[in-house]
Structure formats: C-alpha cells, structure tokens
Design a protein around this ligand. Structure first.
Ligand code: FPP
Ligand code: ZN
Length: 479
C-alpha cells in the first residue's frame, strides 16, 4: 500500500504534529482532479449565506460578540462588494440608520447602540458607511462627527506613539491600523496624530520577522509622579502573527507620505524587511496544504490568512521591497501572449497565487454556502470576507502607481504651505494611486470566479474608496 503524502517532520509526535497530519489528510481529499480546474465559486450560495447570517445576527450563546455588530455588517457588505453585488436603496438606508445608532456622543463608534467608542468598531462602521453611505441629510457621511472623533483619537494616544483601543483599554496594533484607515478615509490626518506612530510600529516586529500585537511601553506609568523612561528599543510583546503583521505593514504603508515629509535626519530606521519577507513566504502552506496560508509558525493553514498574509505581498511591492508588479508605461496587453508576459513579470517564486486560489475554492468554500477556515469547520461571515478578499488579491495585481500619484499632485492649483496641508495632500494622493494593470489579472478556473479588486490597505473597492475620500477631502480638517 502506498504511503499517504504528508509534510516532512521529525519523528517526535506531539499534539501539533497530530493536528497537522489530520489537516493534511482532510485537505488532500479536497485536491481538484486537475490543478487548473478548481471547484467553481458558488457566488449565489455565499450571498444567501451572508444574508441569512446578517438577519439571524449572533446566536444568543455568542453574547460576547455583541460588540461586533459593525464588524458583521462590514464583513457582509464588503463581501457583497468584492462579489460585485450592490444593495438596493431601501436596504442601504436601513444599513446607514443602523450604523449611525452606533456613533458615540463623544466621538467614534461602539460595537452596538450605547456602547463605548472603540477603534475596531469605528473602522468597521466607517468602512461600512463608505460602502452604503452618501452625502447629505440621512446619508450617514455628513452625520459622522469628525471633530469629536478626532478628539477621541487624541484622547487615547500615548506619548510613545501607541494608541489604546478605547478608554481604559489595552494597546493593540490592530487599533493603530483601524485609526489610520479611518483618519485617511475621513481626512483627519495631522502631524500631531501621527507623531511617534512609526516608532511604535517598528517596535512590534519580532525576531521571526512578523509582528506581534504590541510592544512594551516606552514609558512605565507610576502611581505618583512622572512616568519612568524605560530602555529603548521596546521589546515586542508576544508572538508574530499574520493578523498583526497585516495591520503593522498596512499602517507602515499608510505612514509613507508622513515619513517622506519628515526631515531626512529623522528617517533613521525602518522595518526589517528581510526577516519580514522570509517569514511571510514561510507562512504559505505546501501543496499538501493546497497553498493556503497559516497565521503563525507551527500552526495550521486557515482561509482568513489568505488576506491577512497573502495581502501583505501587494504592500511589500508598493514599498519597493519585492519586484513592482505594475508598470507605469503604456504597454499593450490585449493579447493572450502579452498577458502571459505581464503575468511572468510577477515574482511567482515568492508566493503561489494559483495555489492560494485553489485552497480558497476547493477547501474554504462550504458546500452549503459561505467560506471557512478549513474543512470540516462551519462557514462564518468573517472567513467569508477574508477568503474572498484573499481570492481577489491573488487574482489581481493592484500596485501603487507613481504616474497616477503625479497626476493627482499636479492637479492641485496652489502648492501647499503648512506641513499639515502637505501631509493631507500627500496621504490623499498616496491612497488613491493604487491601480490595476490592465489585462494582468489571472483567474483560476471559470471567469465567474473573478472577484472585484480591493484596495490593498483599506479592503474596500477602489470605487468606494474614491467616493468617500473625495467627499471628505473637501471638508475642513479637525483642529
Ligand atoms: C489567533 O487566533 C488570533 C490572533 C492572535 C489575532 C488575529 C488578528 C487578526 C486576524 C487581525 C484582525 C484585524 C483587524 C483590523 C481587527 P487562533 O489561535 O485561533 O488562530 P491561529 O492558530 O491561526 O493563530
Ligand atoms: Zn481564520
């Protein structure tokens, strides 16, 4: 009898190796008969699943999830958007009214009506509004209290560049990411808000190359008197993880215009991209694991890391760390041959885009609708969005175009004077310069498997990103 295929490992059996073997055994059963013919994407079943899940809300045994109402709505709406489905005006209005009931009178959004403001639901609520909202009375956008939200952001900022996720709560780099995205979408960026943030992000990188949730505070609070200055650099707290790594790298990407405006003497250190790239590459599972991604060393592949880890490669490319996938010249790409050439430009040796699509289509799709971590787990809305967003990032080359950035910058009539104005212009053009090179998307299987492209930093479609940013860019800046 032939030996079952499995990943090489030493002969020391542990709970971890048992779980790995069980997972591989299950995944092998999901291998498609031909690598280029994966299971088709069941869009209708996934839409039905998302609607069912949204209407049912969280089951009563999940009362701890009550603070995640904005997340449930964002996962649902953004899944619709990447699948190319728009809501009708009545449902949009229902969604807007629901979201606005989560706004806290002192700024920011809570996880439900009457709940304290928190950075994570604030991001989810604002992104959901980017999808369904509109300007004018009742449209949600102009009901966001930006002055109060800015005050809330400054009130949870620590002197070492970290942010608490809420009053009296902990520091977590997910909060930094959520705050930065919100501040970009709503035109709320100031040098004061960003001061020290790059140093905090750098301090979360671990010896493995990925990022942990936080780092030891630079200042230790004292019950009496001034805080004590601790040794610098601050050691990261905890293990490198795909979720924190995406949040850190996306935050670093958003901070690029701010770093570029700093005095050159201040641009001393950066992230360790060599270890980061090695770690990210090592998170992709072997062909036995169908090319899915794991979130940390010695753990199992899981569909949601298709976005959290797979999505990091587009960010690295925008930072010039790996070969730029996009080209700013006017090359033609209408024939299959030229498309193949363009595809060959992409450094496939770092991560296998086709394999990731195979994992999502063959293993992460639940036969009853919705997507999941891995078989035989049930589907949920969180995994549905991050599997679909991961599928999108594996299919499309969305890259930061310097040509597009130049066009936006040249369209401004007056050269900016203050650092504040320069910052907001630079962040606006940076955020809107992500673009997709024509004809380079590579869809595994049928064309119906195609997802819309999603913004590599915000995880919103380009249309939704441009709509909300253009609206708020005209507004005054909170002071
Ligand atoms: C471990 O789960 C999960 C974490 C330590 C945190 C994950 C963080 C994210 C996914 C980022 C979320 C981002 C935002 C913007 C809120 P586990 O032990 O169940 O999974 P594992 O075995 O795969 O590590
Ligand atoms: Zn997961």
């Amino acid at each position: 009898m032939s030996q079952p295929r499995r990943s090489p490992h030493d002969s020391y059996e542990t709970e971890t190796t048992d779980h790995q073997t069980e997972t591989e055994t299950i995944l092998l059963k999901h291998l498609p008969l031909s690598p280029d013919l994966p299971s088709p994407l069941q869009k209708d079943a996934h839409l039905q699943f998302l609607i069912r899940n949204l209407i049912q809300g969280f089951p009563s045994r999940y009362t701890s999830q009550d603070a995640s109402q904005p997340w449930l709505l964002y996962w649902t709406l953004q899944s619709f958007s990447v699948m190319g489905v728009a809501l009708d005006p009545d449902n949009k209005q229902k969604a807007i009214d629901t979201i606005m009931a989560w706004q806290h009178p002192d700024g920011g959004f809570g996880g439900g009506p009457g709940q304290a403001a928190h950075l994570l639901p604030t991001y989810a609520a604002v992104c959901a509004l980017a999808i369904v909202g509109r300007p004018g009375p009742g449209g949600g956008w102009d009901q966001i209290d930006r002055e109060k939200m800015y005050e809330f952001f400054m009130s949870i900022k620590l002197s070492d560049g970290a942010f608490l996720v809420a009053h009296h709560a902990e520091v977590d780099v997910r909060g930094t990411y959520c705050l930065l995205v919100t501040a970009h979408l709503l035109n709320m960026l100031t040098p004061e808000l960003l001061e020290g943030v790059p140093a905090f992000i750098m301090s979360c990188q671990t010896y493995e190359g990925g990022f942990s949730s936080a780092s030891q505070p630079y200042f230790s609070p004292e019950p009496e008197g001034p805080p004590t200055l601790l040794d610098s650099p601050r050691p990261p707290l905890g293990e490198a993880h795909g979720g924190y790594t995406f949040c850190s790298l996306a935050s670093w990407t958003m901070l690029q215009p701010y770093l570029a405006l700093q005095k050159p003497s201040l641009q001393r250190s950066s992230l360790n991209f060599k270890t980061l790239l090695r770690w990210l590459v090592q998170m992709q599972g072997s062909e036995i694991e169908l090319g899915g991604f794991k979130g940390r060393t010695n753990k199992l592949v899981d569909g949601c890391y298709s976005w959290w880890v797979g999505g990091c490669f587009a960010l690295l490319s925008s930072l010039g760390i790996i070969g730029a996938h996009g080209r700013d010249d006017n090359h033609e790409s209408s024939t299959t041959h030229q498309e193949d050439e363009a595809w060959d430009d992409i450094d496939d040796s770092l991560w296998d885009r086709a394999a990731l699509q195979r994992y999502i289509l063959c293993a992460a799709q639940h036969p009853a609708g919705g997507l999941r971590d891995k078989p035989p787990k049930p589907a949920d809305s969180y995994h549905t969005l991050y599997c679909l967003a991961g599928l999108s990032s594996a299919q499309h080359n969305v890259f930061l175009s310097s040509t597009r950035q130049d066009v936006i910058v040249r369209s401004w009539k007056t050269p900016p004077e203050s650092m504040h104005e320069r910052l907001r212009q630079a962040c606006f053009s940076h955020s809107l310069s992500w673009t997709e090179e024509e004809g380079t998307s590579r869809i595994l299987g049928a064309q119906n498997n195609r997802m819309n492209a999603t913004h590599p930093v915000f995880n919103l479609t380009m249309t939704h990103t441009e709509g909300i940013m253009a609206h708020f860019y005209k507004q005054t800046i909170p002071s």
